[in-house]
Design a protein around this ligand. Structure first.
Ligand code: GDG
Length: 454
């Protein structure tokens, strides 16, 4: 008898081939951080797109070096189709709309056609490796149409779908010209998971408004098909991350940073340079703090790691320019010899450096305008040393806010809210920092990527 297997599907595979060394290299981003933390005790397939056939062949061959259970299945897609389905429809329509940034939406019918075609290509490839008793787990907004495409041809296949970004209010969702087509594709899944209750609620309202389908909070009966719905906040490999952050290599790096980064109170920011992450709001809030609380000048520094993303897209270029200017303005206005308030890195850092920065920083500042979850907040909390922990300052618009109740919450649109939270974090007595962090770590110890996946 053929063994039942699990099949993961995401836009890209979790690895690529380094152009410098030719080695397998882990991809970045929240989805990879979470999914690579899932430990499964049986083989699983992972399908994702790759535009270069040579890289695809190499990926397949090298995959077992990292995990013997993992069977990477690169699906080769033509570059032109990929650009239209991914860069255009997924990233210029679905991403901004689902993050309440309608002004960035650029809908073109031909890109929608590419999205349908790319979903069909992925469905064909899944059906080459799947049998009826398998479970397919689809990740994210790139594949809203896959559940229906799979079920049509293999009705008994178990199909799960997890949305890594917010599901927007029905009033926003209805702006999408292909709103019904998207829902029709998605509702054929057996289970749809969201990070947060409000996303699920928005989804059920749209289901009623657009499709006339009523649902209880956790189930919709659509003819003879039962669609299950659930809230499953994503997590990471907490134990693994904790261990790494206490390792000798990270401890040595943390000491380096303690000597190199001169600051009495270091606030850290780690975000992709995406408009959803609110970097410009973060800088305005930081500037407000320096104005409103003169005693912090010379004391508090912000170190912002801004990871480049979609650098050739005009909206992202404009954002970069605005951020560059704000950094210059703040440093010009409040800098002194020996005190540069904002240090800004437009690059990514390697994992050990990131963990050392988490350990070195006195606070993490997250100002997302909208964020499905936000794993940086989770990672920061997990990596803290309880002997002298830092403070999590978190936007109320990040999904993580529902989980991390002992953070200091801010409304990123309110400069004073950011300024006041920073000042409170700076003044916070050690006992309060410790009790807040203890409670955050306690909550997070109950969540792991593997439990989430189960
Ligand atoms: C999407 C949703 C949701 C960042 N900079 C560096 C680096 N990172 C890693 C972090 C973290 C990940 O990237 C970022 O994850 P987030 O969750 O914060 O954000 P997105 O990438 O936008 O992820 C998000 C997530 O999916 C999962 O469902 O939470 O809401 O938008 O793991 O550590 N890693 C390294 N260097 C960096 O410079 N090594």
């Amino acid at each position: 008898m053929t063994k039942t297997k699990r099949i993961f599907v995401s836009n890209r595979l979790p690895f690529n081939i380094s152009t410098k060394t030719g080695d397998l290299q882990r991809g970045s981003g929240g989805l990879v951080s979470a999914l690579m933390g899932v430990h499964l005790d049986q083989p699983f397939y992972w399908l994702g797109f790759e535009t270069d056939p040579g890289v695809a062949a190499e990926l397949k061959q090298k995959a077992q070096q990292v995990d013997k259970q993992l069977r990477l299945q690169p699906v080769v897609i033509n570059k032109k189709l990929y650009d239209s389905y991914y860069d255009k429809f997924s990233n210029d329509v679905l991403w901004p709309l689902f993050h309440y940034e309608s002004q960035h939406v650029l809908f073109r019918r031909e890109d929608w056609n590419s999205y349908v075609e790319a979903n069909r290509l992925m469905a064909d490839e899944i059906l080459k490796v799947a049998i009826e008793t398998d479970t397919v787990w689809i990740h994210d907004f790139h594949f809203f149409l896959l559940p229906a495409m799979l079920k049509e041809r293999m009705p008994k296949l178990q199909v799960g779908f997890f949305l890594h970004i917010p599901f927007p209010s029905s009033e926003i969702f209805r702006q999408l010209p292909v709103r019904q087509e998207i829902l029709a594709g998605l509702i054929k899944a057996d289970l749809i998971g969201f990070h947060e209750h409000s996303y699920l609620r928005h989804f059920t309202v749209s289901l009623t408004a657009q499709m006339g389908i009523d649902s209880s909070f956790l189930r919709a009966q659509i003819g003879d098909h039962t669609l299950n719905l659930g809230v499953y906040p994503i997590s990471i490999d907490n134990e693994g991350l904790k261990e790494k952050s206490e390792s000798a290599a990270v401890t040595a790096r943390t000491h380096d940073y303690e000597n190199e980064i001169k600051s009495n109170f270091l606030v850290l920011g780690v975000d992709r340079l995406d408009y959803s992450k609110g970097l410009e709001l973060k800088l305005r809030g930081f500037r407000r703090m320096l104005k409103k609380y003169p005693d912090v000048r010379g004391e508090i520094n912000l170190l912002q790691v801004a990871v480049p993303t979609r650098t050739k897209v005009p909206a992202y270029m404009r954002l970069k320019k605005e951020v560059d200017q704000l950094v210059g303005t703040i440093n010009g206005e409040f800098g002194q010899p020996g005190y540069v308030p904002v240090q800004y890195i437009f690059n990514s850092v390697v994992e050990n450096d990131l963990l050392a920065l988490y350990r070195r920083a006195d606070s993490i500042l997250i100002t997302s305008k909208r964020d499905g979850m936000n794993l940086v907040a989770v990672e920061y909390a997990v990596s803290q040393n309880l002997e002298n922990p830092g403070v999590v300052i978190l936007s109320e618009f990040a999904g993580a806010a529902s989980l991390l109740g002992d953070s200091l919450f801010i409304n990123p649109w309110d400069e004073d809210s950011i300024a006041d939270a920073l000042y409170s974090a700076y003044k916070m007595p050690k006992e309060e920092r410790t009790s807040r962090m203890q409670s955050l770590q306690e909550i997070l110890s109950r969540y792991s990527a593997t439990e989430w996946a189960k």
